[in-house]
Write a protein that binds this ligand. Structure first.
Ligand SMILES: C[S@@+](CC[C@H](N)C(=O)[O-])C[C@H]1O[C@@H](n2cnc3c(N)ncnc32)[C@H](O)[C@@H]1O
Length: 189
């Protein structure tokens, strides 16, 4: 299992600099992770771990094709916001939301996740890198209301111990690890 996690971490870290937006200091957003979509079975498990209901507002930072917030809207009636810096991902996400008939529940924004306003989120989902989660930690813990949930696929958040860890084999036999944190109002730099 450790070897698999190490492999995924290494692949994501190697691919990160190849992401589509050029990095120019002070101008372009830095890549937090390359595009690797979360398999649908794992998406559903992430939403279950967070205990998403129709009362929730689910943000996915680095939303890719929008599948996490679209699934939260389609399965639970939750509202959602997906943020991705890549305009192609945002176009795909909007098309997918229309296809699933949830365009009134979800919004996709082309933006650097490091500049996001997540203050109305009750759930934040992440599939980035450990280093990226760590960079987002001050923003998340400063902005989120106490009792909000953060769920990360595969990667932790530095020395902030998760409230729960869910390790399982997905439908392809791949071991997956999900981390859940429940915010308590403590700002974690
Ligand atoms: C590993 S993919 C995860 C996609 C989706 N969350 C999922 O789980 O299927 C990471 C996504 O983060 C996006 N991304 C990387 N750096 C970003 C940044 N600075 N701001 C916003 N999005 C970013 C990439 O374009 C990519 O779509």
């Amino acid at each position: 299992m450790r070897a698999r996690v190490a492999f995924v971490t290494t692949v994501l870290a190697i691919l990160a600099p190849l992401s589509p937006v050029r990095q120019v200091a002070g101008q372009e957003p830095a890549s937090l992770a390359p595009y690797v979509p979360t398999p649908y079975a794992v998406v559903h498990r992430m939403l279950e771990l967070a205990g998403v209901t129709s009362d929730d507002v689910v943000y996915d930072l680095g939303c890719g094709d929008g599948r996490i917030v679209i699934a939260a809207a389609a399965r639970f009636g939750a509202r959602g916001v997906g943020i991705d810096y890549n305009p192609e991902r945002i176009a795909e996400a909007n098309a997918n939301a229309e296809r699933r008939g949830v365009q009134d529940l979800v919004t996709f924004i082309q933006q650097d996740a490091m500049q996001a306003d997540v203050s109305d989120a009750t759930v934040v989902t992440l599939y980035l890198l450990s280093s990226s989660n760590r960079k987002l930690r001050p923003l998340l813990t400063r902005q989120l209301q106490p009792g909000s949930r953060i769920v990360s696929h595969a990667f932790g958040m530095g020395d902030w111990e998760p409230t729960r860890t869910d390790r399982f084999e997905d439908d392809r036999g791949t071991t997956r690890t999900l981390y859940l944190w429940r915010t308590d109002g403590t700002v974690r730099p």
